[in-house]
Design a protein around this ligand. Structure first.
Ligand SMILES: Nc1ncnc2c1ncn2[C@@H]1O[C@H](COP(=O)(O)OP(=O)(O)OP(=O)(O)O)[C@@H](O)[C@H]1O
Ligand SMILES: [Mg+2]
Length: 486
């Protein structure tokens, strides 16, 4: 809207900001008048002979005459003489004219928008001539309030000076309206407003009373009358939450009444709280799973220490190691309970775990991690972590046998990559390499069997083992990218 106006109307910055605020707050005008509204400004240098539609809003309380988008449309003076008159005279005009681009007649009210003592635009209000809306008590009150707001547009006191907070949950006319008089007493409360009050536990008949007298916290309304400017607050009463948007009705700066829009947001707040609790619960469960796994690992270690058989001891120690690797996954999940897991964040702690466990004073082994796989589906996180753990463990365990390894330090490189829909993990070391004649299919060790089964059967991927200046394992696993999963 601002861009369109800047390029075509020659309006200055204060005028543009005024129109910007108007468009931010004019839904209430459309709803109270049950009409379509258009904001038209004279095209630069055309002195009210041609107008540009800068904005459009439809009533949420009634039917629209304009299902199509009018913004950017150029309107000739001959199509909308009422708009031109309002623009030239700075006065509200009324009449009947065909709907833009059609022949059916519409009832028009054209209101000059004035700012700093000049007319900067025109709001054209259009309603069907056949609509029988303006009848009941509700309609009468709405239209009366609308007429006051229309005069405020001409006076320049609507929209309100300060930019209002744009809340997604800002109440609309349809949510509930209370019309207050000069003395802050209720003149009218719409049925939805009465229901909202009921849900707040206010059952008294309110007409003629101040809201404070029936137990409603009136302080925001008092503030609105005193300032006088709009207020928006969320009120809590018992179980219910209500967003209150109140603004003054002005006549030449004097407050002659007020409007209170109410929206019951109890259900929304309840849902928000439930979501927060559900998230927290999932995280808490992962935290506990992690703690339990660490307890199991500690028990295995205690048991291993009591064993005399070296083989039995190393079997238990290996199990301990595997369980600790899975605990790392749950540790990550306990920080962020979502369906996908940032696998990169799991890799470093896993590598550190192996590094620390292998740290011998005579032959240090450094594990380096590079690249990214990004988010992977939650159900793949544990098998991927186990696979990585086994491969890194093998490098540490077998690549640098005492006496055979070169002097210096071992260097194990873990490389992560995302190739299309595949996650690719590579673990390469600069050690002695695979034993001669080694075949993956014939390998009998538990570690590589676990890796092979998880990669091919459980995750539908593939793996290769190479011997190139050390051992190099490459694992490729399909991971659906987020958004693709059904
Ligand atoms: N990075 C490597 N460098 C040299 N040899 C390796 C490497 N990785 C695996 N191997 C060889 O492959 C064999 C099988 O490995 P696997 O992980 O299946 O069993 P393991 O490590 O011997 O036992 P476990 O993993 O159950 O503790 C190893 O015993 C080792 O000889
Ligand atoms: Mg192994």
């Amino acid at each position: 809207m601002l861009e369109l106006a800047r390029l075509n109307t020659g309006l200055d910055e204060p005028a543009l900001q005024h129109l910007h605020r108007l468009v931010a707050s004019w839904q209430v005008l459309a709803d109270l008048s049950f009409s379509d509204l258009q904001l038209l400004a004279s095209i630069e240098g055309e002195a009210g002979r041609r107008f540009l539609v800068l904005g459009q809003v439809r009533p949420t309380t009634g039917q629209t005459l304009y299902p199509e988008d009018l913004v950017g449309r150029v309107v000739e003076e001959s199509e909308r003489p009422l708009v031109a008159r309002a623009w030239h005279l700075g006065e509200i005009t009324h009449g009947v004219a065909p709907v833009l681009g059609a022949s059916e007649p519409a009832r028009l009210e054209c209101i000059p928008v004035r700012e700093g003592g000049r007319t900067i635009a025109v709001v054209s209000l259009e309603a069907s001539t056949t609509s029988a809306r303006r009848q009941g008590e509700l309609e009468r009150h709405y239209v009366e309030v609308f007429d006051r707001l229309a005069l405020m547009l001409v006076e320049g006191s609507f929209p309100f000076g300060e930019s209002e907070v744009e809340l997604e949950e800002a109440p609309r006319v349809g949510d509930g309206v209370i019309v207050l008089d000069e003395g802050r007493r209720v003149r009218f409360a719409s049925p939805n407003a009465v229901s909202a009050l009921h849900r707040m536990g206010i059952h008294a008949y309110t007409t003629g009373l101040q809201l404070g007298e029936v137990g409603f916290d009136q302080s925001p309304i008092d503030a609105m009358y005193r300032s006088p400017s709009p207020v928006m607050v969320e009120m809590q009463r018992g179980e219910s939450s209500v967003v209150v948007h109140a603004f003054p009705l002005l006549d030449a700066q004097a407050v002659v009444g007020g409007i209170v829009l109410l929206r019951d947001v109890t259900a929304i707040r309840h849902r928000d709280r439930m979501l927060v609790t559900k998230d927290a619960t999932i995280r808490e469960i992962h935290h506990r799973v992690k703690n339990n796994l660490q307890t199991i690992a500690a028990l295995l270690r205690l048991q291993a220490r009591r064993l005399r058989s070296a083989e039995a001891r190393s079997a238990l120690e290996e199990s301990e190691r595997r369980i600790r690797a899975i605990a790392v996954v749950h540790e990550t999940l306990s920080r962020d309970a979502s369906d996908v897991v940032p696998f990169d964040e799991i890799v470093r702690p896993l590598a550190r775990l192996v590094e620390e466990a292998s740290a011998g004073p005579d032959f240090p082994i450094r594990i380096e991690v590079e690249g990214h796989v990004g988010d992977i589906p939650g159900e793949l996180a544990t098998p991927m972590a186990v696979v990585l753990n086994e491969l890194v463990q093998n490098a540490v365990e077998h690549a640098y046998p005492p006496g055979k390894a070169r002097a210096g330090a071992g260097r194990v490189r873990v490389t992560l990559a995302r190739e299309g829909d595949d996650a690719v993990l590579e673990v390469a070391d600069d050690g002695v390499g695979l034993p001669t004649g080694f075949e993956l299919d014939e390998a009998t060790g538990l570690g590589l069997s676990i890796v092979h089964t998880l990669v091919t059967t459980e995750m539908g991927g593939s793996m290769e083992l190479h011997d190139d200046h050390g051992a190099r394992a490459v694992v490729r696993v399909p991971v659906r990218s987020p958004g693709q999963d059904a």
